[in-house]
Design a protein around this ligand. Structure first.
Ligand code: HEC
Length: 168
C-alpha cells in the first residue's frame, strides 16, 4: 500500500473519531446532578399565585365584550399594552417548566405533556403579542384554556368542576 493511502486512511480515522467525540451525547451523570430546586411553593400556590393571575390577564386582554356602548374590544391598543401582555405570556411559558421540576411533577407521562403544552400555548401567546396579531392571540388563549382543563380533569377533578361552575 502506498504511504499516502495509509496516511489518508489514518487521517480519516482520526477525523471520524474527533467528530464522533464532538457529537457524543452528554454523559449521563451531567443530567443526573441533583440540583437544589426550591419547590417550597406547592402546586396549589403555584397555580393561584403565579399561573392564574398571568393567564387571567391574557384572557381579559382578548376578544370582545358587549356593554352599554356596544361591542368593546379587549385587545391592547398600545405597544406598551401588548408588551405587558407578552410578559404575562412569558410567565405562562416558564410555569410549564416550574411544574415539570422534580419534586413537583406528579409523573413522567401525561403531567409532563400537559406542562409542555402549557409552555407551548404561552409561546403562541407571546408570538401573537409580539406581532400584535389579535386573531392568533385569541386562539392562543383558547389553547391555553384547553391545557388547563385537560390537566385538571386528569389530576384534580375538584378543580376541574370548580372551573366549570365558575363559568356559569
Ligand atoms: C400540569 C397540570 C396542570 C396544568 C397544566 C394546570 N393546572 Fe391548575 N392545578 C393542577 C393541580 C394538580 C391542581 C390541584 C392542586 C392542589 O389542590 O393541590 C391545580 C389547581 C389549580 C387551581 C386551584 C388552586 C388553589 O388555590 O386551590 C387553580 C386556580 C388553577 N389550578 C388554575 C390553573 C390555570 C388557570 C391553568 C392554565 C392556565 C392551570 N391551572 C393549568 C394542575 C394543573
Amino acid at each position: 500500500m502506498p504511504i499516502s493511502r495509509i496516511s489518508l486512511t489514518l487521517l480519516s480515522f482520526l477525523l471520524i473519531t474527533t467528530l464522533s467525540a464532538c457529537y457524543a451525547p452528554e454523559p449521563e451523570s451531567a443530567t443526573e446532578v441533583n440540583a437544589n430546586y426550591n419547590v417550597e411553593l406547592d402546586i396549589a400556590q403555584l397555580m393561584s399565585l403565579v399561573l392564574e393571575p398571568a393567564s387571567d390577564t391574557l384572557w381579559e386582554s382578548g376578544g370582545w365584550v358587549l356593554d352599554a356602548y356596544g361591542y368593546e374590544e379587549l385587545y391592547p391598543t398600545t405597544d406598551d399594552g401588548w408588551g405587558f401582555v407578552r410578559a404575562q405570556a412569558a410567565i405562562v411559558v416558564e410555569t410549564g417548566n416550574m411544574l415539570a421540576l422534580p419534586g413537583r411533577a406528579e409523573d413522567e407521562d401525561a403531567w409532563m405533556i400537559y406542562s409542555e403544552g402549557l409552555s407551548e400555548a404561552g409561546i403562541m401567546a407571546m408570538e401573537a403579542a409580539e406581532a400584535q396579531d389579535k386573531e392568533a392571540f385569541f386562539q392562543a388563549g383558547g389553547q391555553l384554556y384547553s391545557v388547563c382543563t385537560a390537566c385538571h380533569q386528569s389530576y384534580s377533578p375538584d378543580v376541574a368542576s370548580r372551573f366549570d361552575n365558575s363559568a356559569d
